[in-house]
Design a protein around this ligand. Sequence first.
Ligand code: AMP
Ligand code: GLY
Length: 429
Amino acid sequence: MKLLVIGSGGREHALVWKLAQSPHVTQMWCAPGNAGIAAERLTSNQQVECVNLNADDLPRLLAFAQEKKPELTVVGPDNPLALGIVDLFQQHGLRIWGPNRKAAQFESSKVFAQNFMEKYGIPTAQAGTFSDERSAKAFAASLKGRCAVKADGLALGKGVLICHNVTEANQAIDEILVSKAFGVAGAKIVIQEFLEGMEISLHALCDGKTAKLFPTAQDHKRALDGDEGLNTGGMGTYSPAPFLDDRQLAEVGRRILDPWLQGCSAEGIDFRGIIYPGVMLTPNGPKVLEFNARFGDPETQVYLTRLENDLLELLDASVNGTLAGMELRWSPMTSVCVVMASAGYPGPYVKGKTIVGLTEAGRLPHTKVFHAGTTREGDDLLTNGGRVLGVTAWGVDLPRARALAYAAVAKIQFDGAQFRHDIAAKALG
Ligand code: AMP
Ligand code: GLY
């Protein structure tokens, strides 16, 4: 089967790496890909080919797919999904994996997601949705300003402002609704009560009728150790996270996914892809903070190093509506991913720094270095983004996996490299 994968980050490298292990795959392109993706090989030893097309350039991606005729296109990032790449490809008779535009609204509109959760009884924060500043401020005041103020639309992961008092909440509301800091993405806002607890990532693969829950993972969103500093796309993950046992995970999954599936059916939403709820485990039970409609980054790196199934067979079943008969199989190993980022990330950063030590890191057992923002220039591997590498390792238990991931990180250098030293520390108590 010929495959086209769309995206260029660590998530897409993990997707390509896992899909390349499938004996069904005969050819693979990735648009636009990165240096790590370009070095992957299929089981036939044929190389994966990166094509210089942006993930949100829908017309050119369509033209490419019409010419090359991949039997399946796999979409990594949120933006092309929100733009309707799935609808567009399907209109042209091309098979594609991911939620269509209507289904992608779980991520592309926080107002949609919040209303849906309330309508179908999915446990979530107490919340209100607003487009006018005065009623928003009155609601925030009723929460004593302890709240999360969220722009409705996609805002590169920056559209959520956590507030501790009324002054901060009013500032956040002004920033989004009045100063339009996120443009049209902030024409409406959701204000949620501030929830305390342990935050975990859940993923479920769906085929429109069935949702198959993954094990737990935990991300580290803040830039600095101890959850200090700015919010990022994610600085490291591990799976499983020990805050739920198997029975509790199944129960949490049931409380979220059963009403979610019922709601999708009632609203005529045909969700084929990954639904990824961000969940806070509060003293009053699990509550969904938000939905994403795609694989998490860097959750994918730890999930796919544990997945024992042929990923292509799972994605095929997701597209075909035949997931009910499939069993997801996970290695009992723990997997840990430590992200190495450019100096300054998530603020402005410089690209083009030479990366060394990957060969040495690659010699460690049970280790895979996924590339995110990298490019090749001649013989040199250079940084080309904020998040540069997702250094991933697995082991029989968390301490061993973690030690191995950090041993690999220690072998890799580039000018200004920053990473968190406390990935998975919460699980070690
Ligand atoms: P979101 O993009 O909605 O997941 O928000 C980004 C991050 O903000 C989440 O990963 C949480 O760490 C934090 N957050 C979002 N909503 C809340 C909330 N209601 N209470 C506490 N923290 C939140
Ligand atoms: N890991 C955070 C995200 O993918 O949104």
